[in-house]
Design a protein around this ligand. Structure first.
Ligand SMILES: [Zn+2]
Length: 361
């Protein structure tokens, strides 16, 4: 064990931890099987790949205080995600009403973020992310911001992965997290630690105790698996793990214009994707007119069209989420000659017997 690790191990019970706000589990109308619901719920919060996520900093009193130096730290946390090579991009904006991610620094309010596309449901007058303590004096340095941005792109807490097989010493966990510095009530502790997230069929295939989305836990809080009962869990806390990187690249693969397949008018393209995976196409109209874009086959997904600009990537034009509905996504939109569009589809659920497809006409 290195000296650095020993320092982190000793300090784990003194760390502030992220406390997500409870969000009601989505419900579906009509006949949607339990399996289909559980699978969709695992990746439905991911953004369409290719999204240029805009972020805004509150810097005025009320939603921010003492932020000197912290803005650059948070900017570098966005770079940490971008630099692993993903199809998402991040751009700072000074207009809160056009920002997907609005970042406050309200001290004493905890650190948290809404998960992925849940940010779209938050009024533009409100933050979607908060840093409740001084990041510059936190031993994890940029790690706290990398963790919150992980939530903002759709990742949940790794210790709530049902496949981790963690059996908690519940009373010890409640006692540890109801003390300073976290001072959480039991509902917050259950929401952020003890409750396991959905089925884990997709997200939970491999538990990663070194993930940036994993908290540090002192010894005595975990009963199983061994050796975490006597050692606790001590992720580095300041950087992405190899599995974090591989996972994020799988669901947000880097998009290189030259490598994107072209969608041709009237030609059906198969969408042979696993649950949660996505595919991107490009389209350059030969004439300006109204077009229709549709998916076919038994599947649930999110279909999004971006207009590409050389300077700053894709601009969201239109999108549709058909998850849990009987009908497939069907977009009607005017596209212009001499422009380039990217079309992205993420598969949330598919019937194993059928290969869905996409067509533009
Ligand atoms: Zn968190």
């Amino acid at each position: 064990m290195s000296t650095t690790q020993q320092t982190q191990y000793t300090a784990s019970h003194d760390l502030h931890q992220c406390a997500l706000k409870p969000i009601p589990k989505r419900t579906f109308e009509g006949k949607v099987s339990f399996d289909r619901q559980e699978i969709m719920l695992e990746t439905e919060k991911y953004w369409a790949n290719g999204t240029a996520l805009k972020y805004y900093f509150y810097t005025a009193a009320g939603k921010a205080s003492d932020v000197n130096g912290e803005l650059d730290l948070v900017r570098s946390a966005f770079d940490a995600w971008k630099n692993i090579g993903i199809g998402l991009s991040f751009k700072e904006t000074t207009a809160p009403d056009e920002a997907h991610i609005r970042i406050a620094f309200m001290r004493g309010e905890g650190s948290w973020s809404y998960i992925g596309r849940d940010c779209l449901g938050i009024p533009t007058s409100d933050p979607t992310m908060n840093f409740g303590w001084n990041l510059l004096t936190d031993p994890r340095t940029v790690g706290v911001a990398i963790h919150e941005i992980g939530h903002a792109i759709g990742l949940p807490h790794e210790h709530q992965n049902p496949n981790a097989g963690i059996v908690w010493n519940e009373q010890a966990v409640i006692s540890a997290f109801s003390r300073p510095p976290n001072n959480w009530d039991e509902a917050t502790i259950r929401n952020n630690i003890l409750n396991k997230y959905t089925s884990g069929k997709i997200q939970g295939s491999e538990w990663d105790p070194r993930s940036i989305m994993e908290y540090a836990f002192e010894e005595g809080l975990i009963q199983l698996p061994k050796p975490y009962d006597v050692e606790g869990i001590h992720p580095p806390g300041n950087k992405l793990s190899d599995i974090d990187i591989a996972w994020t690249q799988r669901f947000y693969p880097a998009l290189t214009e030259a490598d994107l397949p072209e969608l041709h008018i009237g030609a059906s393209e198969p969408l042979d994707l696993d649950h949660g995976e996505q595919r991107s196409f490009k389209f350059s109209p030969k004439c300006t007119r109204q077009y229709e874009l549709r998916t076919f086959g038994e599947c649930d997904g999110v279909l999004v069209v971006f207009e590409q600009h050389a300077a700053d990537g894709g601009e969201f034009l239109i999108g549709q989420d058909d998850s849990g509905k009987e009908d497939n996504a069907h977009l009607k939109l005017r596209l212009e000659k001499n422009k380039t569009y990217h079309i992205n589809f993420r598969m949330l659920f598919r019937n194993a017997d059928a290969t869905p497809s996409i067509m533009l006409w």
